[in-house]
Ligand binder design. Structure first.
Ligand SMILES: NC(=O)c1ccc[n+]([C@@H]2O[C@H](COP(=O)([O-])OP(=O)(O)OC[C@H]3O[C@@H](n4cnc5c(N)ncnc54)[C@H](O)[C@@H]3O)[C@@H](O)[C@H]2O)c1
Length: 276
């Protein structure tokens, strides 16, 4: 039966529901790598990217959670490939990028999200062990650089791409007993700015997201204490903890052409934590 098109704009007059959903997908046809997408913020971003039409490569060190995210995306009708990857390993990063290019032929978005926060081992500088420093830097900073090193050559000939680096308020301000993590996150902002300057002329945008306190496995131990949990929620003007979904919208924006003129930006999503 013909649909009534009396009050609809021309291009919507013959739309099925599927057509309407297709039209609103903001990342249709794109290929996105999300590191650390097995849990927390990375998983939230990967699932949202998939709903927006992107094919997702989950570069995750934990095979169980990595495959679980991929499965969830496929069950929801999306496209996802899990590639077991420790982002601190050059060989594994290279293999993951090669696999992505073989399978999808292009890379449009790199979302660098995988990081470690070694809470129990963190300490003031003079008490920090070399092992904690080295492991934190290897994943949180070297990992971001290694993925960039192998993804950018895929983006250059396309003359397009978006790199999103996950930073942290600890990279901007001093927090006690978080020496290695804070330094790595400050380094991420430096890496982001250097890359933004180098690749903007190639039409590859590089930006950073700064989440506030987000309810994820990274903070599970801290937030298990109800008093600490309430305190973390209270210090943000929004008076609540963030969720991985809170980060997904800005990530979609930065991955899409809507952010075409966003270069070297720092986008806080923190309920006002760093504004006051
Ligand atoms: N949760 C917060 O409050 C918060 C605040 C500011 C910034 N961030 C940043 O946001 C990002 C995501 O944090 P989250 O809270 O979702 O973390 P999370 O610990 O909950 O999840 C991180 C994921 O990364 C994976 N991972 C860890 N090491 C890896 C490696 N070497 N290679 C590949 N994958 C690895 C983990 O297995 C896990 O699935 C991180 O960069 C973090 O520093 C988080």
């Amino acid at each position: 039966m013909a649909k009534s098109n009396k009050f609809l704009p021309l291009n919507m007059a013959t739309d099925t529901q599927d057509d309407a959903e297709q039209r609103t997908m903001r990342l249709q046809g794109k290929v996105a790598i999300v590191t650390g997408a097995g849990a927390g913020i990375g998983r939230g971003i990967a699932e949202r990217f998939a709903r927006e039409g992107a094919a997702i490569v989950i570069a995750e060190v934990d095979p169980t959670s990595g495959e679980s995210t991929a499965q969830a995306i496929r069950t929801a009708g999306g496209e996802a490939l899990f590639v077991a990857t420790d982002v601190s390993s050059e060989a594994q990063v290279k293999a993951m990028v090669d696999k992505t290019r073989e399978r999808y032929g292009r890379i449009d978005v790199l979302c660098n999200n995988a990081a470690v926060l070694l809470f129990r081992e963190e300490a003031p500088a003079h008490e920090l062990t070399n092992e904690t420093w080295d492991r934190t830097m290897a994943v949180n900073l070297r990992g971001y650089w290694l993925t960039s090193k192998y993804v950018i050559p895929a983006m250059l000939p396309q003359h397009s791409g978006s790199v999103i680096h996950g930073a942290s308020p600890t990279g901007l301000f001093g927090f006690t007993r978080l020496t290695a993590y804070s330094t790595s996150k400050g380094g991420v902002i430096g890496l982001m700015r250097a890359m933004a300057a180098d690749y903007a002329p190639e039409h590859i945008r590089v930006n950073a997201i700064i989440p506030g306190t987000i309810d994820t496995p990274m903070n599970a131990v801290e937030l298990a204490d109800p008093v600490a949990r309430a305190r973390y929620a209270e210090i943000a003007p929004a008076r609540r903890l963030g969720t991985p979904e809170d980060l997904a919208g800005i990530a979609v924006f930065l991955a899409s052409e809507d952010s075409d003129y966003c270069v070297g930006g720092i986008f806080t999503v923190d309920g006002g934590l760093t504004a006051v």
